[in-house]
Design a binder for this molecule. Structure first.
Ligand code: PLP
Length: 359
């Protein structure tokens, strides 16, 4: 069975798999948390209508200034995108016809955007034998002659977090090779700003950080992300963007989201508690897991050859996992799950336990 690559949009998956979707579906395949957007959004919604009648700010204000303040960087160090996904299209254009290093398994949009700009891709393959960990020894020879290296921290799909010391060594190795480091921090807010590379941008002018508002603020439908780097790099990146690329609602809502400090703490706490419960469950049931620090993790059944049948069985029960057919090095033998409500995580554990009992 050929399955679509993406998390989210589960009805496409049911259609392609030829399975009638049950009435209730829980989508563990996408990593947006289950609490919904911050409460202010529902309260302010009626007022949002006013914003629809005028063109948005071409630089994504007021969000750009709010994000610069949040990260304590200059406003002109930020470019705002229609989701982090848009920024990856600008980056691919920046590296057109060049060579870029990807760490696999990786978020599939890196490869898709780069290939569409004729970028040659070099791969550093990670695997379970060394805990899916990236080391400097593996990296150093791979970046020679490359224009950029993409790292996702914490990494999607494993959730593994690289510490700041290692990252600084990597950024320095890239600087020595005249190579840019694209650091995708789409999930870093689930751990906290203390692990972000943001404070080191001045020291490493070759680093471009990509951030997403989607996951932490549960606003995947709005599309809001940003890149942070040196002003010159940011100016070049933004040149490829459509005018008014960020809509007025996203720019206004995003600015207010950044004020929601207690909301963030609640989300971080819940995601971490659910992940730990899940890890303990898998460990008791002899399933391998990735050592995730994020709001998702990947796991493998005791017998990974059962993976497709298991996936289909859970689909029939209305539980959509992220299969890994398209994640190089996981090849369908692992699953990624995003942390959802306590109740839904419990239902998932029950369904997995029921499967393991008879298989
Ligand atoms: C690692 C990673 N980076 C970036 C993105 C894109 O995020 P956005 O919704 O802001 O486009 C995703 C979305 O799933 C992701 O998993």
């Amino acid at each position: 069975m050929v399955l679509p690559n993406h998390g989210a949009n589960p009805l496409h998956l049911y259609k392609q798999a030829g399975i009638t979707p049950p009435e209730q579906i829980v989508d563990f395949s996408e990593n947006v948390h289950p609490f919904g957007p911050p409460a202010f959004l529902a309260e302010q919604w009626p007022k949002m209508l006013e914003r629809v009648g005028t063109y948005p700010d071409p630089q994504g204000e007021p969000f750009r200034t709010a994000a610069a303040k949040f990260h304590q960087v200059k406003v002109d160090q930020l470019a705002i995108g229609n989701g982090a996904a848009e920024i990856f299209t600008w980056l691919a254009r920046r590296y057109r016809n060049q060579q870029v290093v990807l760490i696999e398994p990786a978020f599939s949009e890196y490869r898709q955007t780069l290939e569409s700009e004729n970028v040659q891709i070099r791969v550093i393959q990670l695997g379970p034998e060394n805990g899916w960990k990236l080391t400097l020894e593996k990296l150093q020879p791979a970046i020679v002659g490359c224009t950029a290296l993409y790292i996702c921290n914490p990494q999607n799909p494993t959730g593994i977090l690289l510490d700041l010391d290692t990252l600084k060594k990597i950024a320095q190795a890239c600087l020595n090779q005249n190579c840019e480091l694209v650091l995708d921090e789409a999930f870093i807010d689930f751990i906290g700003e203390q692990v972000s590379f943001m404070p080191f941008l001045q020291e490493f002018p070759n680093v471009i950080i990509v951030r997403s508002m989607t996951k932490m603020y549960a606003i995947p439908g709005l599309r809001l992300g940003y890149a942070v780097s040196q002003t010159e790099t940011i100016d070049q990146l933004k040149q490829g963007a459509a005018h008014w690329n960020v809509n007025a609602l996203s720019a206004a809502i995003g600015a207010d989201c950044l004020k929601a400090a207690s909301y963030r703490l609640k989300v971080i706490g819940a995601a971490s508690a659910e992940r730990q419960k899940m890890q303990q469950f898998f460990s008791r049931n002899h399933c391998r897991t990735t050592d995730s620090a994020a709001n998702f993790l990947s796991f493998q059944l005791p017998d990974p050859y059962d993976s497709q049948a298991f996936f289909v069985e859970l689909l029939k029960k209305g539980m959509v996992l992220r299969h890994t057919e398209s994640f190089r090095g996981m090849d369908g033998k692992w699953f990624r799950i995003g942390m959802k409500s306590t109740e839904n995580m419990e239902k998932l554990r029950e369904a997995i336990a029921a499967w393991l009992e008879v298989n």
